[in-house]
Design a protein. Sequence first.
Length: 156
Amino acid sequence: MTKFILASVSLAALVLGTTVWAGGHGGNPAVKARQAHMQLYSFNLGALGAMAKGDVEYDAEAAMAAASNIAALAAFNQAAYWLPGTSNAELGKETRALPKIWEAGSTAGQINEELATASAQLAAVAGDGKAEMAAGLGGVGKACGDCHKAYRAPAN
């Protein structure tokens, strides 16, 4: 499992690094990196959500892989791409990040810790069965929703 998590983190770093490099060719590199990070969350959550809803058959190995990827992403150091000056106030439609994420009193760091805890718990049970995996998604979904509600502008 440790090798798998290391491979997942390495893959995430490669994807994010490539995105940052490509970001230099249009758009803010920090914004592009965090958007790539969020897309990786979405991709893996989508696989688990489809299993939980019964849209695809539950597959313990695939569930464990997706949950481990989410846990690795939550543990990934994101400081380099959550930079002040990269909100929608400064960059417009390039990002939906609200400026208040960087303000004093922001709970974004706490929410990220909650996501890391919930995703580790999900990774621990994702292979135990569909019901266990689906229940584990609750904490991850709550953390994601809490952050998006507070710190992400609505889509236009």
